[in-house]
Design a protein around this ligand. Structure first.
Ligand code: NAD
Ligand code: DAU
Length: 344
């Protein structure tokens, strides 16, 4: 396979690039990334593999996309590029609509043009459990049949892109699949998200800002498990185990409250309980996510493999040992965001 990854310089994208390069069945890995605030060349700077190529550009650029698909003879796409942070979507919706919805439309139109001229390109559209909305404490986990019900602007733009993907599959016959995963954690995650933000603040003796009562629940998946799931989904779509238009969910049976997570981070970093600060809740904050992954198990043989205890302690160690990486993301943009969001 000759694979184009969009957003390969981000958190999940960079781990997926690494995993793709370990696959003997993949002969080319092209990473198209705009390098927004969360895209970082440092994430892949050690890759020395002639099968890998980085292209600096946007998924919204249809000419660049068509040229890349053609010149690189791409037959498969894993589409990860997005605006990914819920709090930023509450701050400003426009970039989310532009990248997540319109950027996905541009990719679909391009794949459709190739399809119409006789070249079938498989597309894995990487979505999220947030499109399903929020669960109560006793509700059953989301399944692929759960109706979508997004409740924040980020989730709404991901749901809209999912619907476009399904519409293009149904109307134009494109070979696409949608994956929906719950919260990821691991190395290289931009420290605006809960775990890296808390890890760095804990180690640096700063405040640990918990939104609301901290009893919100997320189902945490290690990023390497997600990346492996994406590659397996691509193989599944290409070998017919997954039918065009199907959805695959990834979860880990690893539900934790935010407060539990922060307590674990405090233990692992020898921080102090007094660093915890209860701050204003996120508007429209989803209470609980839980993802069933029976279908992933049955159809593509995927199960999470990284245990939480191992995964979280390795993640905290990674942030402790990678000061250079941490400094590389502490740009003016990041510091402005932290100031605006948390008041310094
Ligand atoms: P991230 O913010 O770390 O990375 C996003 C990447 O996309 C960055 O490298 C950025 O430069 C790039 N990008 C943004 N706009 C672009 C554009 N117009 N053209 C090309 N590249 C562009 O995000 P992440 O956490 O790695 O998430 C990746 C994908 O996985 C997203 O689609 C997200 O919705 C989905 N997802 C994330 C999680 C999670 O827990 N982080 C869970 C489920 C699904
Ligand atoms: O569920 C999958 C989604 O997980 C992905 O689709 C998104 O791209 C990804 O950003 C993530 O969204 P969340 O909003 O769940 O992740 P975040 O790390 O921002 O927050 C996790 C929880 O922690 C959430 O309940 C909000 C809370 N939180 C977050 C931050 C940054 C705090 O209490 N304090 C904080 O400072």
């Amino acid at each position: 396979m000759r694979v184009l990854l969009t957003g390969g310089s981000g958190f999940i994208g960079s781990h997926t690039v690494r995993m793709a390069l370990k696959e003997p069945g993949i002969s080319r890995v092209v990473n198209l990334d705009k390098l927004t605030y969360s895209g970082n060349l440092e994430n892949l700077c050690d890759i020395e593999d002639e099968r890998y190529r980085f292209i600096h550009g946007s998924i919204n650029d249809s000419e660049l996309l068509a040229e890349t698909l053609g010149n690189e003879e791409i037959d498969s796409i894993i589409h990860l590029a997005a605006e990914s942070h819920v709090d930023r979507s509450i701050d400003s919706v426009e970039p989310f609509v532009k990248t997540n919805i319109d950027g996905t439309r541009v990719i679909l139109e391009c794949v459709k043009d190739f399809f119409n001229s006789g070249k079938d390109i498989s597309l894995i559209h990487v979505s999220t459990d947030e499109v399903y909305g929020s669960l109560g404490p006793d509700d059953l986990a989301f399944t692929e049949e759960t109706p979508i019900s997004p409740r924040n602007p980020y989730a709404a733009t991901k749901a809209a892109s999912d619907m476009l993907v399904q519409a293009f599959s149904n109307t134009f016959g494109l070979k696409v699949a949608i994956t929906r995963c719950s919260n990821n954690y691991g190395p290289n995650q931009f420290p605006e998200k809960l775990i890296p933000l808390m890890a760095l603040n804990a180690m640096e003796g700063k405040g640990l800002p918990i939104y609301g009562d901290g009893q919100q629940i997320r189902d945490w998946v290690h990023v390497n498990d997600h990346a492996r799931g994406l590659i397996l989904t691509l193989f599944g779509l290409n070998n017919g185990k997954i039918k065009p238009g199907e959805v695959i969910n990834f979860g880990a049976d690893n539900e934790k409250t935010n407060l539990e997570i922060v307590h674990e981070i405090i233990d692992l970093t020898d921080a102090k309980l007094e660093q915890i600060e209860y701050v204003r809740d996120r508007p429209g904050h989803d209470r609980r996510y839980s993802m069933g992954f029976e279908k992933a198990k049955r159809v593509i043989g995927w199960e999470p493999e990284v245990s939480w205890n191992m995964g979280i302690s390795n993640t905290i160690s990674w942030y402790r040992e990678n000061e250079e990486w941490v400094n590389s993301i502490r740009t003016g943009e990041y510091l402005n965001w932290i100031n605006r969001q948390y008041g310094g």
